[in-house]
Design a protein around this ligand. Structure first.
Ligand code: SAH
Length: 204
């Protein structure tokens, strides 16, 4: 079996499935207008870095690698390492669980979801569904994406770029997001913070 090909195809299927999961929530949430935008320069910058780390860099490695027979050069190929079936399967599993979690977060968050830091008209605090377990389950899903890609893709740059890119977004955003939620929901969010962790139930 060509493990590298399996990894590339898994990554493509993952991205398509993720797009499908996001499509409807994206359309629906757009109908509710944004009341408060909290998009600082560092927030915008880290969104770009994260898109490169999770999307464009591994995407380039995956697609260019598939097209080398057609004369396309994969400039990241020099950072390849020997693929390993066990690591690939661990990556596959992480990505699969990440998709399940994305689905659950969109189901619970509904129209309150946004790509960036926003509060929508009549924004309500969601603490039900998967939000009962942790405060940032969508970020858990993104971490699982980043970690899954690191296991899946046998290339040092394409594999690790997600951890660096999303890591930057996460650490720059999470405190700001909690401040925004505290300023809007006050005691309700404080109580929610007391009974939940950020991304891993009971741990962190
Ligand atoms: N941090 C959350 C949500 C990510 S989407 C998670 O990881 O699951 C980002 C948007 O969700 C922000 O604009 C914020 O206003 C909103 N948000 C975050 N937590 C929320 C909650 N518990 N209820 C409602 N909206 C929330």
């Amino acid at each position: 079996m060509d493990i590298e090909l399996l990894a590339r195809l898994t990554w493509i299927v993952f991205i398509i499935a993720w797009g499908v999961i996001r499509f409807r929530p994206n359309m629906k949430s757009r109908k509710t207008s944004v009341a408060i935008k909290s998009r600082t320069a560092s927030e915008r910058f880290s969104m770009v870095v994260s898109s490169f780390g999770l999307g464009y860099i591994p995407g380039y490695w995956v697609i260019a690698g598939l097209l080398t027979d057609f004369g396309i050069t994969n400039h990241l190929a020099r950072f390849d390492y020997e693929p390993n079936l066990i690591l690939t399967l661990v990556g596959f599993l992480c990505l699969f669980l990440s998709l399940r979690l994305f689905r659950l977060t969109h189901k619970a968050l509904g129209k309150m979801w946004s790509h960036s830091l926003d509060l929508r008209e009549g924004h309500k605090l969601v603490t039900t569904g998967i939000y009962e377990k942790v405060r940032h389950p969508m970020y858990t899903a993104f971490w699982m994406w980043a970690i899954g890609a690191a296991f899946l893709l046998p290339n040092w740059v394409a594999g690790l770029s997600g951890i660096i890119g999303f890591g930057m977004l996460y650490f720059l955003r999470v405190n700001q997001e909690e401040k925004l939620m505290l300023s809007e929901f006050g005691e309700e969010y404080e109580a929610y913070m007391k009974r939940t962790k950020r991304v891993i139930p009971s741990i962190y």
